[in-house]
Design a binder for this molecule. Sequence first.
Ligand SMILES: [Zn+2]
Length: 468
Amino acid sequence: MSNSSTPNTFQLIHHGAARGVTGSCHELRLGRDSLLIDCGQFQGEAAPARLAVSPARVRALLLTHAHIDHIGRLPELLSCGLNAPIYCSEATALLVPVMLTDALRHSSHDPRSAIEPVLQRLRHQLHPLPFAQWQRLPLSDGSVLYLRLQPAGHILGSAYLELRLPDGQLMVFSGDLGSGRSALLPASLSPERADFLVLESTYGDRLQPQGEPRHRQLKTVVERSLRDGGAILIPAFSIGRTQELLCDLEQILSEVSSREEQWCWRDLPVVIDSPLGADVTRLYRRFRRVWHKEAQARLQAGRHPLDFSQCVTIHDHAAHESLVHRLQQSGEPAIIVAGGGMCQGGRIVDYLKALLPDARTDLLLVGFQAQGTPGRRLQSGCRSLWLEGVEVEVQAHIHHLQGYSAHADQAGLLRFVEGMASPPAVIRLVHGEPEAQQSLAACLMKRWPQMRVELAAMMQAAQTESAG
Ligand SMILES: [Zn+2]
């Protein structure tokens, strides 16, 4: 393990996701130029007030995928004068304006005047690239760098980035890597090789339990929850998890056979209460050519994995409020998939405030809950919490379904490296809490004793100490 500066022709600076999983933003300095890889928002963790990037030296911004913790600071960067091209996959180029419009609508005092200039700039600066083709990026000293996107299997459009530097070195930025458990998107393939790999480590210290397919686990939890009535709340990111859940719920409905199962499932509404989730789902349907062969086969069989009759979408806010009120009064069963994956914002918060004090409610946490978020507190068994200034008692049953992680676990991360023809000389771990980085580093060094493994978490701590 090394914490020394990298004796290379480049310098790599982490403006986020060094000690945690949010705020992804990495700056690759090459002489007078910089490339930025992602510019995400912090969630839960304390964010630096200002992004310490000089837009004038940025030759290109590369986006791995459209999660807000990878793109959320783009409006800030544009308003600071970033006018470099922004490269990403074709699906990401369509998702970015949708995601940022939604984020600005919630965070801005005057959404209309905040959104339009951003969208206008994006129309000029976003350059969608096909997967698996090298793109030329000229630098200011006349040298050239090449970029290639490869599918990462994390969410629609997600990519890992291969960069061929002017000195011939091959750098790979993993972005977020998928779990390989999706029936909707195929798993990522490893790069052929890399000299320097920047690898995410969200689940660097965890192995996902093997066992039943995750839609069966979901079915078991839902059926148990239905016995005492009440709503089943599933906070889910509008992009990725919502579509994965829809796909699995459609699979469960297609398998329902016994009378008892029919009693549970036949009239059970599946409510998508997320205008953003509905918009993103439309894009998932449009890009069916990149779906996993399993989902393609379901389509061929005349099924609709993301669009089935029991699925109801709530668009306007009045309908949302009236549904929250109705469920609070009636305790009738329904599956509610609502935006706000870590329970920190979005429509899920209204359901939580109204229904967490009701013992009939079941809350299914299906994704990673970052430190400092209400989701993390609920996951750790907290029986009361503050939501939007209101103290809420928690009587609901809390379940944690691990199969829905959108990230590779420790074994998956190791497989990503093992799949290369030869292991990288250097791996720098990012996008993970310090324990996750340490645990993954230990595995990597045990497997490849010659490899240099650097931990962004340790490097940042060292930088902070010397600065302080
Ligand atoms: Zn992500």
